[in-house]
Design a protein around this ligand. Structure first.
Ligand code: HEM
Length: 399
């Protein structure tokens, strides 16, 4: 089989699952060369992804989490750090992600979904990505962080520019734009943190700007860089899960029918969407020492990519792994990472947003159908959808 995981034109058509299946069966630790880079090892088996995620001594995050090298300043991002620096920062910022705080958000999330559906419901058609899927995580993360409503769309465009980093023609005009956006977003965060230091509110920026553990506080740059990570992580992932999840339901109407008859299935449905869609295709680590893995010799300093999207289809772990099954009971997916210190900080928030969104969609717009060409993101990092036109029976206008 011809394997080329660099070809973004292929990814734009869809995740190359047939390549990953072949790799899992024939060459599970594969070295992908690059025309313009040193190449990288590909971990395609669930077991190897979990092992690498947990072994931060052997698989460092400090040289970047993307296949390409990080932009200047990105080394201060939580996701690009190793313990003990990572542990210190994560302890300081995780205060805002206590399960208690997240559960308390359910009513707010339902309110936001209600507003979104009130706007599109009577139209009978919309772009599912921009009108529905993108709106919820954007509003929720901005509310959580304390970004005023009038600045939300700035955040939307900034985080698109940074996630596209030069690859997607609609989202990103290039690396220079990404670098400028990073600086602009940092300046914005510093200003917001300054306000919240003087007048703290019940939001995450206030919590981290004033957080202290044993006299240790976060510096300005640490706060602003964390803000950037949070905005990207909170927006792009959940948006693409909701869009990809909706697409999966439209393409598997038997599964949508099962859900209509059984609300108990919503919880396993969320997990199955995470597994099946895997909005984050991979994260990268760097080997810190020479080692052997499934007969391959990996050298210190080489890039190692953990393909979550492949681990989530591993036939050794998931029965009928290519099937979208909303009732799947055993589902140890790695969509939020394979465990270890970097495991997604926002996982319970994401699960809650997805659950509430689909509960309300099924209640109010139960016959959503794709009505035009789906446009995917040109990326092998995010399994993304840019636009997805849909139609549905219009709701009566609410007064
Ligand atoms: C469907 C939604 C989401 C998916 C699939 C997802 C996936 C991931 C993955 C794969 C990682 C890296 C794990 C690793 O390297 O071991 C990660 C890290 C992270 N996620 Fe998420 N995420 C989602 C939603 C969110 C949300 C809503 C937030 C914040 C509000 C968030 C915040 C973070 C942060 C801050 C990190 C870095 C953690 C660290 O380095 O310690 N994520 N996420």
């Amino acid at each position: 089989m011809n394997i080329d995981l660099n070809d973004l034109d292929v990814w734009q058509q869809g995740v190359p699952h047939e390549q990953f299946k072949w790799l899992r069966e024939n060459d599970p630790v594969y070295f992908q060369s690059q025309p313009d880079g040193p190449g990288y090892w590909c971990l395609t088996k669930h077991e190897d992804i979990v092992k690498a995620s947990k072994n931060f001594h052997g698989f460092s995050s400090a040289k970047g989490m993307h296949i390409t090298d990080p932009i200047n300043g990105a080394e201060l991002m939580l996701i690009n750090m190793d313990p003990p620096g990572h542990t210190r920062l994560r302890n300081l910022v995780s205060k805002g992600f206590h399960p208690r705080m997240i559960t308390a958000l359910e009513d707010k999330i339902r309110e936001v979904v209600t507003e979104i559906l009130d706007t599109v419901g009577p139209k009978g058609e919309c772009d599912f990505v921009t009108d529905i899927a993108a709106e919820l995580p954007l509003i929720v993360i901005c509310e959580l962080a304390g970004v005023p409503p009038e600045d939300r769309h700035k955040i939307f465009s900034w985080s698109n520019t940074l996630i596209g980093t030069g690859n997607d023609p609609e989202y990103s005009p290039g690396m220079e734009a990404a670098q400028n956006t990073f600086v602009e977003m940092n300046n914005y965060a510093n200003l917001l943190a300054e306000f919240r230091r003087h007048e703290p509110r019940e939001d995450l920026v206030s919590a981290i700007a004033n957080a202290e553990i044993d006299g240790d506080r976060l510096g300005d740059l640490e706060i602003s860089v964390f803000f950037v990570v949070l905005m990207i992580a909170g927006n792009e992932t959940t948006r693409n899960l909701i869009a990809g999840g909706m697409r999966a339901l439209c393409e598997h109407t038997d599964q949508a029918e099962r859900l209509k008859g059984d609300p108990e299935l919503f919880k396993p449905m969320v997990e199955e969407m995470l597994r099946y869609v895997s909005p984050v295709n991979y994260f990268r680590r760097t080997a810190t020492e020479d080692f052997e893995m499934r007969g391959k010799q990996v050298k210190a300093g080489e890039k190692v990519v953990m393909w979550y999207t492949s681990g989530n289809r591993d036939e050794e772990v998931f029965e009928n792994s290519m099937t979208f099954d909303v009732g799947r009971r055993v589902n140890p997916h790695v969509a939020f990472g394979g465990g270890g210190p970097h495991f997604c900080l926002g996982f319970s928030l994401a699960q809650l947003e997805i659950k509430v969104m689909f509960e309300e969609l099924f209640r109010r717009l139960p016959d959503v159908k794709i009505s035009g060409p789906v446009q995917r993101l040109r990326s092998n990092f995010i399994n993304g959808t840019r636009h997805m036109p849909v139609g549905f029976t219009p709701e009566p206008v609410r007064v």
